[in-house]
Design a protein around this ligand. Structure first.
Ligand code: TXA
Ligand code: MG
Length: 304
């Protein structure tokens, strides 16, 4: 079933069931060696899924769950290979969405849920986006799409590697490296030691339209060079360039930018626009994650 979370919609199934996992992979069209995040009802479930959770990671979970933080921890002995992509770790999080927390509590165990989009595409932030992405492969008789409204955060959870003494930022999100450093009293490393996190290494999050990320000072020059009508995403205080374009979003701050980003990219595709110029937000708070997603959307080719 597709479920709302505070970040993006997920495609969920029993994380203890090989059949459920293979169906998730099939529906997404995702290579089977890519790990999925297991969503838990609460932090007390950590030890049913993980072995040797570092104390700093446990306190981080207690401080921020439910919330947009995924911890990559050493996997418990009975966690399926299909969940971990064959790696010695498992990704865990407690999502902060009332509907999905109800589902998780009623289910009483972990639900594996990657973002409910086709592999490499833009993550869905509404139930309608899920239907637009996956409607033709979902089976009406058994697949449910739970409509929990528009996801408040709008970009995927922050992923922190938590298998030793040092927190590693594997994917940026609303929870910042600075916050993790403050809460753990540890330096957050950007070195990932070759850990495979597809959403962070490959080009990802791409609409059909070509995305051109620009700094505010470059907007007029680049917009003039595009040479055709394009979609524009820009903070509200960025003046429109003097060429024909369609404004897709005018976020007032970095939080609103994250909230509206994926819907704006989808709106570009729906409007048949082939180019989107996106003025990058400042590199603070969740603006860091927005910049990251825009740069990856611009990279286009999904590497293996
Ligand atoms: O906000 C989110 O995290 C959303 C919602 C639905 O919870 N989920 C999401 O899942 O973005 P997905 O599968 O689209 O992205 C999860 C990322 C992938 O890049 C995956 O490689 C990484 O998490 N990941 C999961 N388990 C991992 C592990 N054991 N080691 C390294 N990376 C892992
Ligand atoms: Mg994804």
């Amino acid at each position: 079933m597709a479920l709302p979370t505070e970040t993006v919609y997920g495609l969920a199934g029993d994380a203890r069931s090989p059949e459920a996992l293979s169906r998730i992979y099939a529906v997404k069209g995702r290579p089977t060696n890519h790990p999925v995040i297991v969503h838990l009802p609460d932090a007390d479930f950590l030890d049913q899924w993980a072995a040797d959770v570092p104390a700093w990671a446990r306190s981080l979970a207690n401080a921020l769950w439910p919330g947009p933080l995924t911890l990559i921890v050493p996997r418990g002995s009975d966690v399926l290979d299909a969940v971990c992509g064959g790696q010695p770790t498992v990704g865990l999080r407690v999502p902060a969405h009332p509907l999905t927390l109800d589902v998780l509590r009623a289910f009483g165990d972990g639900l594996a849920a990657p973002s409910a989009n086709r592999y490499g595409q833009v993550s869905p932030t509404t139930a309608q986006h899920v239907l637009d992405e996956l409607g033709d492969v979902l089976d009406d008789s058994r697949d449910l799409v739970l409509d929990g409204g528009r996801c408040p955060v709008g970009v995927e959870s922050t992923i922190i590697g938590a298998w030793d003494d040092s927190p590693r930022l594997l994917r940026a999100g609303l929870v910042t490296a600075h916050q993790v450093a403050e809460l753990t009293g540890r330096r957050v490393s950007l070195i990932t030691d070759g850990v495979r996190t597809p959403g962070s290494t490959a080009a990802h999050y791409s609409p059909r339209a070509r995305v051109i990320p620009v700094e505010p000072s470059e907007l007029t020059t680049i917009a003039t060079d595009v040479g055709m009508r394009f979609g524009l995403i820009a903070p509200h205080d960025v003046p429109p360039p003097p060429v024909h374009h369609e404004r897709l979003a005018s976020p007032r701050d970095d939080v609103e930018y994250a909230h509206s980003l994926y819907a704006a990219l989808r709106a570009a595709d729906d409007a048949g626009l082939t180019v989107v110029v996106a003025v990058l937000p400042t590199d603070t708070g969740v603006g860091h994650a927005v910049r990251d997603r825009l740069m990856r959307a611009a990279a286009r080719e999904v590497s293996p």
